[in-house]
Design a protein around this ligand. Structure first.
Ligand SMILES: C[S@@+](CC[C@H](N)C(=O)[O-])C[C@H]1O[C@@H](n2cnc3c(N)ncnc32)[C@H](O)[C@@H]1O
Length: 258
């Protein structure tokens, strides 16, 4: 009876000493995931810096549990803002495309909240596409390839919503990221080029051909990159508006033709 909490407290103390901010929560998750030698191995790997989500194979995102896999981007809570904006912008029965989908967390959360919508997703990384297939309903198509290119041509001009959390870290800033990101997430998940916007600019430029006349493309951005995102929308012939969620310090831009 006393042993469970005591064991959890001891694990938490080891994690805290190693610098884990949410040591108590992480100890509970590890304890729920494994026991014996396997548990000890997971604790040692966590202390060595591996992301908890990769160790246990899942992450909580926007109220759902999504499978994650080594090397992939672990979904961040701030990206729930993209989910909320996409859900609000999707007309009844509309199709949402999640580009740069990674694990498919954003698409899966949209599918959960909007069962009437059709969700499609795509990522350049075949491992990400495979993971997204695990996380999405069987009815959702997942494609592998560059941005919107792998989507069926029949969707051109027919997408009311495109959502993309494309990589947006400036190349030089990757070295400043927490170790969990820079050592365990592939460069392709983070690197947005010199100012961080090189992939996002391509998403916005391509989106114009795939959106419906009233359609919206929604991208994640940051406080210091919000103006660059707005300029990129302008250059693509779109009108952007910045959305901010103070609770998660999340920044996004939603852009339309009008
Ligand atoms: C920041 S992660 C976001 C993943 C996911 N959307 C999320 O929020 O958890 C960016 C993703 O973009 C993918 N990616 C990078 N360049 C791409 C490209 N040119 N075309 C398609 N996907 C790309 C990466 O493989 C990675 O999965």
């Amino acid at each position: 009876m006393v042993e469970g909490p005591a064991v959890q407290a001891r694990i938490a103390a080891r994690l805290r000493a190693a610098g884990c901010v949410f040591a108590e929560d992480e100890a509970k998750i590890l304890l729920d995931s494994a026991s014996g030698d396997e548990l000890e191995t997971l604790i040692a790997r966590r202390i060595a810096g591996e992301p908890l989500e990769i160790l246990v194979g899942w992450a909580e995102f926007a109220g759902i549990r999504v499978a994650v896999a080594p090397g992939l981007f672990v979904p961040r809570q701030r990206s729930e803002l993209l989910v909320r904006l996409a859900v609000a912008a999707t007309p009844a029965g509309g199709t949402v495309a999640d580009i740069c989908c990674g694990t498919g967390a954003i698409a899966a959360a949209i599918a959960r909240r909007r069962p009437d919508a059709t969700v499609v997703a795509a990522d350049l990384d075949p491992d990400a596409a495979a993971c997204a297939r695990r996380n999405l309903p069987a009815s959702a198509q997942v494609y592998t390839g560059d941005l919107l290119a792998p989507l069926p041509r029949s969707l051109r001009g027919r997408l009311p919503v495109i959502v993309a959390n494309a990589p947006y870290v400036p190349t030089a800033d990757i070295a400043l990221m927490p170790r969990e990101a820079r050592e365990y997430e592939r460069m392709v998940t983070l690197d947005g080029g010199a100012d961080g916007l090189s992939i996002q600019r391509r998403v916005l430029a391509q989106a114009v051909d795939w959106l419906t006349a009233e359609g919206t493309v929604i991208v994640e951005t940051s406080r210091r990159q919000a103006d660059l995102s707005m300029d990129a929308a302008d250059a693509a012939g779109l009108r952007g508006r910045i959305e901010y969620d103070g609770e998660s310090d999340a920044w996004a831009m939603a852009a339309t033709r009008h």
